[in-house]
Design a protein around this ligand. Structure first.
Ligand SMILES: Nc1nc2c(c(=O)[nH]1)N[C@H]1C(S)=C(S)[C@@H](COP(=O)(O)O)O[C@H]1N2
Ligand SMILES: [Mo]
Length: 348
């Protein structure tokens, strides 16, 4: 069986992208972990307490919902299961909420049974060194077998709950609460009715609206105004999107395969995990868009390029040089090769 779930791509071996919040909340108190809620004995552990406990080693395949994966990451730390032995959950405890020391008190949650079965753990070291701050150091949760948004950075509190409390990505952004990459559970189902969708498509004005997961494939949407629109997970496959304006829109994980995007504006857009395979991109502007995990060609068996699916790219497509380094090596090569061969044809 492939080690990569559907629609994931490997980052370069030495790369580990930083996703979501970049820094913890400024706070002078020393780091500690409080475990409370539906437990017999709430308890607080200092960072030193945790470091003094027996450390286990873990090898984890990381799968980010924005389609990048990193296999075989080596962590060490302590199983949540082992920490729960100290506090002894009540029979009422059905869920575990992890809360971060971060500006927005970022959180995520898991059913207690999944926490134990999947072997969620508190990571303190990565590849033998203390976990770096931008990756959640000094301590983060790592949940093997779930999209990486279930792996909370800067862990400060674990609360045992009788009812689930949705986390930031799950409640505010619409990410799937189970998050199993092998079942591709990225988003909850769309919440727009067919009638609403039809009216919107006819108006060709999506600007500033929340239309995540909108189903708009095969539509004629030439000149669409989608400035600043929320279009995560949108389906625009095979659309006519010539001269469409997606500036500052969020198209993360959007499916655009086969769309005609000639002359489209994608400047400052969030394009993380978006798929542009088979698109005609001539004259499109990608300046300052975020391209982590984006695709411009599909892969066979997760590893080799399927050239027939490559986007049409020539020297009229505008990319910032630095921008392309956010792509996986295969995608970056595909674009560089397309640009080089287009430049060569031009000079002949
Ligand atoms: N506190 C906190 N934890 C977080 C996030 C966040 O924004 N804040 N983002 C999540 C998401 S969406 C991902 S993919 C991973 C990214 O971890 P990394 O930056 O170490 O790659 O952290 C998860 N944990
Ligand atoms: Mo993520």
């Amino acid at each position: 069986m492939s080690k990569l779930p559907a629609n994931q791509q490997l980052v370069a071996a030495n790369k580990w992208p930083i996703t979501g919040e970049k820094t913890p909340r400024k706070d002078d108190r020393p780091w500690s972990l409080t475990i409370s809620g539906e437990v017999a004995h709430a308890q607080q552990f200092s960072l030193d307490d945790l470091l003094a406990m027996p450390q286990r080693e873990f090898v984890v395949d990381i799968h980010c919902v924005t389609r990048w994966s990193k296999l075989g990451a080596k962590f060490s730390g302590i199983l949540v299961k082992d920490l729960l032995e100290f506090v002894r959950p009540n029979t009422a405890a059905g869920f575990v909420s992890f809360v971060a020391r971060s500006e927005r008190d970022h959180s995520t949650s898991l059913p207690l049974a999944d926490t134990l079965e999947l072997g969620a753990f508190v990571a303190l070291h990565y590849e033998g060194k203390p976990l770096a701050t931008d990756h959640g150091g000094p301590m983060r949760i790592v949940t093997p077998g779930r999209y990486f948004y279930k792996s909370l950075k800067w862990l400060e509190k674990i609360e045992l709950l009788a009812e689930d409390r949705l986390g930031y990505w799950e409640a505010d952004v619409g990410y799937h609460n189970t998050a199993d990459p092998w079942r591709e559970q990225r988003y909850i189902a769309p919440n727009l009715s067919r009638q609403e969708t039809r009216t919107l498509i006819e108006s060709r004005d999506f600007s500033g609206r929340d239309l995540r997961s909108i189903e708009a494939s095969r539509r004629e949407l030439r000149g669409l105004n989608a400035v600043g629109a929320q279009l995560r997970d949108a389906d625009f496959r095979e659309c006519d999107l010539r001269d469409a304006d997606f500036r500052e829109a969020n198209l993360s994980n959007a499916r655009l395969q086969g769309a005609d995007l000639r002359g489209a504006q994608l400047a400052d857009a969030d394009l993380e995990g978006a798929n542009f395979a088979r698109c005609d991109l001539r004259g499109a502007n990608f300046l300052k868009s975020s391209l982590f995990g984006a695709s411009f060609v599909d892969l066979n068996d997760d590893v080799t390029v399927d050239a027939s699916t490559g986007a049409r790219i020539d020297t009229t497509v505008r990319f910032g040089r630095q921008q392309l380094t956010a792509l996986t090596p295969i995608q970056e090569d595909f674009i560089q090769n397309s640009l080089a061969s287009a430049a060569k044809t031009q000079n002949e």
